[in-house]
Design a protein around this ligand. Structure first.
Ligand SMILES: NC(=O)c1ccc[n+]([C@@H]2O[C@H](COP(=O)([O-])OP(=O)(O)OC[C@H]3O[C@@H](n4cnc5c(N)ncnc54)[C@H](O)[C@@H]3O)[C@@H](O)[C@H]2O)c1
Length: 433
């Protein structure tokens, strides 16, 4: 099959590489000449484990093509995917300008008798109908189209695995012809296929992300109780999670969720709900608790560091990615700098993106040991594996004072006690010496 993917970010490029690897001819359309040149030369521009190798392999096999030109790609494709960003507006609503612009460009360049246009970007319920209207207003006479919503569920950091081994593939469309083509394309993926209408497909994506965000906020809410009244949040949540109706996955207390999806998707679902006159207080509380978790963590740093030099381990919003969009690190670094702290940072992948925001206001370290040297305290913001088995005796010996404030609960309090650290984690009894 020949397909086009518009956009080459986390969703676009991962999807393009995976579909090309299944043997399809894949065109990727971008809008920045320098980026398209780098992609043609095998530079994925983003960090995603295994992506560079898969990109190089499929470029070499001549199945993956990068272009700035719509006619070259769209005219040959049976399916065209939209994967551009849908960032939040000031009021929380999803900004759909890029999606609609791309829709217009696709429409003008349609040549095949029948083309499926499928939106993978996360868009509010009703958006695909608007896309359909734009396509119909701008398409040449004589070409037929069908829209389909194919929301994306990959997680950054495991994007390739999540695409090759997806739990489910959701296809929303009123056209059986479109559904059949999309089923054929996704045939190598063994996950559950959910065939539904456009509105349900759009809602499935927001419902999924909102429930995951709610689980994190719920875990944080219980951690607040533990911190105020005593108790160990991990034990509480383990026991809660043994109930099969509840489960433990994703109930992770800490510094709160970030990234390009949960914060904006919870806000966008709230905004849609408000427009529809629905009570969205559950979603609002999810967001409020998330913000409180960040502030709670920041207050711990201020209260317990006992000095003004802080080492920060982890800047990405989660491990195995370089993405810092809406990451807790951004708010916390801004606040620490405003309060006059000297901040030494380390993250194995997110440095470049952080430097674009903070420039030389931070001290960039080549490894976690350098970031810890001479510090009054270390704050852990991302649970990269390399921090889990670090030489803590060495860390203790190079810090000014052995204080760790852990926003991801990666160490056991009893171990930290034995090692001689003062250790503040989330929802667990503090370790003091
Ligand atoms: N990142 C994730 O983990 C993830 C997971 C599921 C769904 N989504 C959703 O998928 C969408 C894309 O997310 P992302 O993280 O890949 O975003 P991204 O910012 O990484 O990528 C967006 C891409 O679109 C390109 N683009 C913008 N305007 C364009 C235009 N006019 N023509 C061609 N290209 C254009 C950008 O250059 C960029 O490559 C969003 O709606 C997001 O919510 C993201």
């Amino acid at each position: 099959m020949t397909i086009t993917i518009v956009g080459h970010g986390y969703v676009g490029l991962v999807s393009a590489c995976c579909f090309a690897d299944f043997g399809n001819e894949v065109y990727v359309i971008g809008h920045t000449p320098s980026k398209i040149e780098r992609l043609k030369n095998g530079d994925p521009l983003i960090y995603e484990p295994g992506l560079k190798e898969l990109l190089e392999k499929n470029i070499k096999a001549n199945r993956l093509h990068f272009t700035l030109e719509y006619p070259e790609a769209v005219s040959k494709s049976e399916i065209v995917f939209i994967t551009v960003g849908t960032p939040p507006k000031e009021n929380g609503e999803a900004d759909l300008e890029m999606v609609f612009d791309v829709g217009k460009q696709i429409a003008k360049n349609l040549k095949k008798k029948f083309t499926v246009i499928s939106c993978k970007s996360t868009v509010p319920v009703g958006t695909n109908k608007q896309i359909e209207k734009i396509l119909n207003e701008n398409r040449p006479v004589g070409v037929e189209i069908a829209v389909a919503s194919c929301p994306e569920f990959l997680r950054e950091g495991s994007g390739l695995h999540d695409t090759f081994f997806a739990d489910r593939v959701v296809i929303g469309s009123y056209s059986q012809k479109a559904i059949n083509l999309l089923l054929e394309l996704h045939e190598p993926i063994t996950g559950k296929k959910v065939i539904t209408d456009l509105a349900s497909a759009e809602l499935i994506k927001y419902a999924s992300n909102s429930v995951l965000a709610m689980k994190i906020s719920f875990a944080n809410l219980i951690s607040f109780y533990c911190e105020k009244a005593g108790g160990d949040v991990e034990t509480v949540l383990d026991a809660v999670g043994f109930d099969k109706r509840i489960g433990r996955v994703f109930m992770d207390p800490g510094v709160g969720y970030g990234g390009s999806c949960f914060p904006k998707d919870v806000r966008a679902l709230t905004s849609t709900g408000n427009l529809l006159g629905i009570n969205t207080s559950l979603l609002q509380a999810t967001e409020d608790i998330n913000q409180e978790a960040r502030m709670n963590f920041l207050n711990k740093i201020i209260k317990y560091s006992g000095g003004k030099t802080i080492g920060v381990w982890g800047l990405a919003f989660k491990p195995n990615t370089d993405d810092i969009r809406f990451a807790p690190s951004i708010d916390i670094l801004h606040a620490l700098l405003d309060k006059g702290y000297a901040v030494k940072v380390y993250d194995q992948e997110a440095f470049g993106n952080v430097k674009k925001i903070f420039g030389d206001k931070l001290i960039y370290s080549k490894d976690p040991y350098e970031a810890a040297t001479g510090c009054d305290a270390i704050a852990i913001l991302t649970d990269w594996n390399e921090f889990k088995h670090i030489d803590l005796d060495k860390i203790k010996s190079i810090m000014k004072k052995p204080v760790i404030i852990d926003g991801r609960n990666i160490y056991l309090p009893e171990v930290m006690k034995k090692l001689g650290f003062t250790y503040y984690s989330t929802g667990r009894v503090p370790v003091t010496q």
